[in-house]
Design a protein around this ligand. Sequence first.
Ligand code: PLP
Length: 407
Amino acid sequence: MTSVVPARTSAELIGAEEPVLAHNYHPLPVVVARAEGTWVEDVEGRRYLDMLAGYSALNFGHRHPALVEAAHRQLDRLTLTSRAFHNDRLAEFAERLAALTGLDMVLPMNTGAEAVESAVKVVRKWAYDVKGVPADRATIVVAADNFHGRTTTIVSFSTDEVARAGFGPFTPGFRVVPYNDLAALRDAVDETTAAVLIEPVQGEAGVVVPDDGYLAGVRELTRRAGCLFVADEIQSGLGRTGRTLAVEHESVVPDVVLLGKALGGGIVPVSAVVARREVLQVLHPGEHGSTFGGNPLAAAVGTAVVELLETGEFQRRAADLGGVLREGLEALTGNGVVGFRTRGLWAGVDVDPAIGTGREVSERLMREGILVKDTHGSTIRLAPPLTITEEELRGALRILEKVLGRV
Ligand SMILES: Cc1ncc(COP(=O)(O)O)c(C=O)c1O
């Protein structure tokens, strides 16, 4: 006999999490039960416009029909082999992803942090095998206020004390310079430098867009210094900024591009290190791996994601609607907004601290049917699915105006 468990309310479910779930997050008090496209619905049937999109993991919206169909088809056929054997989906995924990014080779992983960790290993190996850096002397130059994930090596080069405190000892071999500062970068790079690793737009820092010329400057500087340029496009990539990759705004091709989040279409975790052949070919069997990396389900969904991006439609939408977003935020500047930064359909909005913290504003927006997330202090981040309609976006901006108007 099947027993019927009575449905629990949002409040009951939030209360039930408390004693059993690690407290490493402070979610907004909304319990999502269903979603489609740009909309999510909570346990009580209240609807919300998703203006966060899983930190850009849902660039194509919730349950995009083409992605769900690709997943269903693959679920019915083959889901996992491990890399002990070949699977019939991986070659196409790698070929098409390499072509999409203009690079040569792909190392498939699962989460964003794993892609970053993998890149750290790959560029170090490249420094020893190709550049000739003495053993264990390789350095990687990174930017202050970076966010590349949560593993021990990655927090070793974070400048966020909350992310680091209590987790030492840390991995050596990293130099931190201010973001958007080519002179500081030039001073930090030397003959031990394997790579410069930066986000083309710093997402978690509050959608910080560097000055025009910075990314091209990093490309030029790394080329001259004989080290690699690694662009972490895990949040900025795959359509979000109005281009396939954010580095395209300056016509830059890095040596290594890190992808994640939207690469799994909001269905499965899929990440990848995509690089020039000279770089990724330093890996040999046994030196790196992942049980789930490159699994056929991930490859099928990832291929369907690449297929959506090959049309150019999502990049165009992000660029066009990004204009609407920017205009809307310009109109709010001085009216509750004290500053903002946008790149495509992505914005960091600094709200007047007199109105409330980012968290308080996020909670007020939630009560008005809009889901966003604060970053630091009084900054909120807007990153809706790229499938959002202009009408939905304008509606969200009207609600933001209403919420910010309430001092
Ligand atoms: C730029 C960047 N790199 C890496 C990561 C880590 O990705 P994940 O949470 O999948 O490990 C994130 C996550 O927010 C990110 O924004």
